[in-house]
Design a protein around this ligand. Structure first.
Ligand SMILES: NC(=O)c1ccc[n+]([C@@H]2O[C@H](COP(=O)([O-])OP(=O)(O)OC[C@H]3O[C@@H](n4cnc5c(N)ncnc54)[C@H](OP(=O)(O)O)[C@@H]3O)[C@@H](O)[C@H]2O)c1
Length: 267
């Protein structure tokens, strides 16, 4: 029996982490490395990935490979997959973490950028899952973690398209999880709430949104524990969990309205 099945963890095996150059992805890399997991790290900023890789090799004594890939490019996921194949890496865990948001009124957004967001947050997640899942099913072993969001549970005005991409991730992950569990493959959707990372600045959010933030480290730990524990969905933090459960009972329009008031631009 593999370590994966015995301990629920990935010691001595390989994990692919997308979006590993910052935020939650970097925290996944740190925590997996601390558990002795070898890492294949990808993002666009190769200089950052290589810095992280050097540090993890020295401090954790694991193997780390890096690969620059733009997941907004439809060829990006295959490039990542082929790079792992070329290095003989058959990952026991794939963390689909890369993603970004675009804050503001939808009609004012740059349409090309919106399409890139759909590509990175949805199409690349689906492509990477498709590319790695077949081998996992054949091996009757493997784990895929898909980073969705609490934004997946309701509309989020001024993050409307972003919330919809995360809704895709949640439903996709939950469906696949059910399909492949009979092959010994685990899939889990991780739903962080507001989390400390570069996300908010990259999305162009105002700095005064009145929401508490979890740390990226906490979110990554919850995600790894969830998939190792065989969960299909994990909402990060008790407050977020309660919030998601309560809003299911409320009229949808009321929930959108509250969300809209939180995110409405001040000027
Ligand atoms: N922070 C939050 O409040 C929050 C809440 C819920 C869900 N999430 C989700 O958590 C995930 C990680 O976000 P984060 O908060 O850690 O944000 P972050 O600090 O901005 O990190 C985003 C990561 O995604 C990578 N990325 C972005 N665009 C990419 C592209 N075109 N191709 C390849 N990689 C790309 C970035 O790397 P490069 O720039 O180097 O390419 C970076 O490593 C995302 O899926 C996000 O939707 C975040």
């Amino acid at each position: 029996m593999s370590d994966n099945k015995r301990g629920g963890r990935w010691h001595g095996q390989w994990a692919v982490v997308t979006g590993a150059s910052a935020g939650i992805g970097r925290a996944f890399a740190d925590q997996l490395a601390a558990e002795g997991t070898n890492l294949f790290l990808t993002a666009r900023r190769l200089d950052r990935l290589n810095e992280i890789a050097d540090w993890l090799r020295t401090q954790r004594g694991i193997e780390v490979e890096t690969c620059a890939a733009d997941l907004a490019d439809p060829a990006g996921p295959k490039r990542v997959f082929e790079a792992t194949q070329a290095r003989g890496i058959r990952p026991a865990l794939v963390v689909n973490n890369a993603g970004f948001g675009l804050y503001g009124e939808f009609h004012k957004a740059d349409y090309e950028r919106l399409l890139e967001m759909v590509q990175v947050n949805c199409s690349a997640v689906m492509a990477l899952t498709h590319l790695y899942l077949r081998g996992m099913v054949e091996r009757r072993s493997g784990d895929i973690l898909i980073v969705s969001s609490t934004a997946a549970f309701q509309s989020v005005p001024y993050h409307s398209a972003y919330a919809a991409t995360k809704g895709f991730d949640l439903l996709f992950a939950e469906g696949i999880a059910e399909e492949v569990k009979r092959y010994g493959v685990r899939v889990c959707a991780l739903c962080p709430g507001n989390t400390e990372s570069e996300f908010h600045q990259m999305a162009g959010e105002p700095t005064d949104v009145p929401l508490q933030r979890q740390t990226a480290e906490e979110v990554a730990r919850i995600g790894l524990d969830a998939i190792a524990g065989g969960k299909h969905t994990a909402i990060c933090g008790f407050g977020n969990l309660v919030g998601m459960e309560i809003q299911r009972l409320l009229p949808r329009r009321l929930v959108s309205g509250v969300s809209g008031r939180i995110f409405r631009p001040k000027k």
